[in-house]
Design a protein around this ligand. Structure first.
Ligand code: PLP
Length: 440
């Protein structure tokens, strides 16, 4: 029996041994039989276009034979050794590839099993670095509302979602939030640029309010995922955020779990703003493109070396640096480079947004189209003029996803996290495999 995270579909929970359903009981969860390229097929032979690469992960498409061969080759030799005692060629190769693709200042890679684990690693490395640098009072991580950084407790503490805070807050130390620079539904009196300025300045205000010597880091998604719906801020926002962090000795962490690994047209989304590079990066999803659970923290020598010299990083998991996962990561990144998929994501993204914008002009319910590369969102509203949203009770996002799925299209429908700055709006995250060739 597999357990999934949202309400069960009554039709599927009549007997024990069945799976909980992930889509709030709207329709039956299809069972997938096989996949190839941008398509997968269920056990009844129905074909689906994987319009969102699963959870924005299957970046190189399904059923890649070179990835399969690399997986088999590594598995036929050995799959696992414990990283604290041994390393493997695949692990070393993957770390070298990640550092080369990430570029100067991103020297060392700590491999984990997914996005939340990668976030935990950044938070803990930042903390250890502050302590060994003689700044033990620094422990607060500022983050954005709305924002999403994962489901484990540390990642949840920096996630900007009032519903989760209410549920899990009593069990943890929720970190302070500043508003994300939303671009579609803006507070009165602001335009996109002035609101981005306001939000960046909120970072400085919050650092001072918390006590500048107590703030350890600021974490943000450079291109938003599910919480903000592929939010991209104006360029000056990133530069101002970097300057404020420098001014107060606060580390800047980019959560590139969704937007990294080529998804936005560059290996790191951070590469779009070279004068605002972060100190630490968390990456996952596209790193293994869905072929295995894999994530990474990418960090500079100056931070890692200091922590290692002080006695070592007090963090790790059984599967950190797993040789089999690493071999898959190497094969995936090789495909990303050899097939020029990052440039393809850039070119196809432009085309996709053009087509979606045409669609927006022709329909009464698409309020906004935004994104970067092949990480894009379509925001659906009840009324375009007022930007009114569908009521929560309508479960609109789930219904739209279910209708699309019935029609053979998988999309990532999400109601955005609540919070005053987003007014409970909901978005449809609509992104495609970078290898997808668009058709009309
Ligand atoms: N951060 C971002 C921006 C994400 O989109 C996600 C997952 O969707 C995570 C962190 C958590 O990653 P995982 O689900 O692999 O733990």
């Amino acid at each position: 029996m597999s357990i999934q995270s949202t309400q069960p579909n009554p039709a599927q929970t009549e007997s024990s041994g069945s799976a909980f359903y992930a889509g709030r009981g709207v329709s039956k969860t299809p069972m997938i039989n096989h996949a190839k390229g941008i398509f997968f097929w269920d056990t009844e032979g129905k074909r689906y276009l994987d319009g969102s690469s699963g959870a924005v992960a299957a970046n190189i498409g399904h059923g890649n034979e070179r990835v399969r061969d690399a997986m088999m080759e590594q598995a036929s030799r050995f799959s696992y050794v414990v990283r604290t005692a041994f390393t493997s060629e695949s692990t070393e190769t993957l770390c070298k590839m990640v550092a080369d693709l990430a570029g100067p200042g991103f020297d060392q890679t700590f491999l984990v099993s997914g996005g939340s684990e990668a976030i935990e690693a950044t938070l803990k490395l930042a903390r250890q670095y502050a302590v060994v640098s003689g700044q033990p009072k620094r422990s607060k991580i500022l983050a954005r509302m709305p924002g999403y950084h994962g489901s484990t407790m540390g990642a949840a503490a920096v996630t900007g979602d009032p519903d989760r805070d209410e549920m899990f807050g009593p069990m943890m130390r929720i970190m302070p939030k500043i508003p994300a620079p939303l671009s579609y539904r803006l507070p009165e009196g602001f335009d996109v640029n002035s609101y981005a300025d306001y939000c960046a300045n909120e970072l400085e205000r919050q650092i001072l309010a918390e006590g500048e010597d107590t703030v350890l880091a600021f974490i943000m998604e450079p291109v938003g995922g599910v919480a903000t719906g592929a939010l991209v801020a104006p360029d000056h926002y990133y530069k101002t955020v970097r300057e404020i962090c420098d001014r107060y000795g606060v580390l800047l962490i980019f959560d590139e779990v969704m937007c990294g690994a080529g998804r936005t047209g560059t290996f790191l989304a951070a590469h779009h703003w070279p004068d605002a590079l972060p100190d630490l990066v968390a990456c996952a999803k596209g790193l293994s493109a869905g072929y295995t659970p894999l994530g990474a923290m990418i960090a500079p020598n100056r931070i890692v070396d200091k922590v290692v010299e002080s006695g070592g990083f007090l963090h790790g998991h059984t599967y950190s640096g797993n040789p089999l996962s690493s071999a898959i990561g190497v094969a995936v990144l090789t495909e990303l480079v050899n097939q020029d998929l990052m440039r393809n994501a850039d070119r196809m993204g432009v085309l996709l947004r053009q087509r979606l914008t045409t669609l927006k002009e022709r329909t009464s319910t698409i309020g906004d189209v935004r994104g970067m590369g092949l990480l894009n969102a379509v925001e659906i509203v009840r009324d375009k003029a007022t930007k009114e949203i569908f009521p929560a009770s309508s479960q609109a996002s789930y219904r739209v996803s279910a209708i699309a799925r019935d029609l053979g299209l998988h999309i990532y429908g999400r109601r955005a996290a609540g919070g005053s700055s987003v007014n409970g709006s909901w978005q449809l995250l609509r992104s495609s495999s970078p290898n997808k060739k668009l058709t009309s």
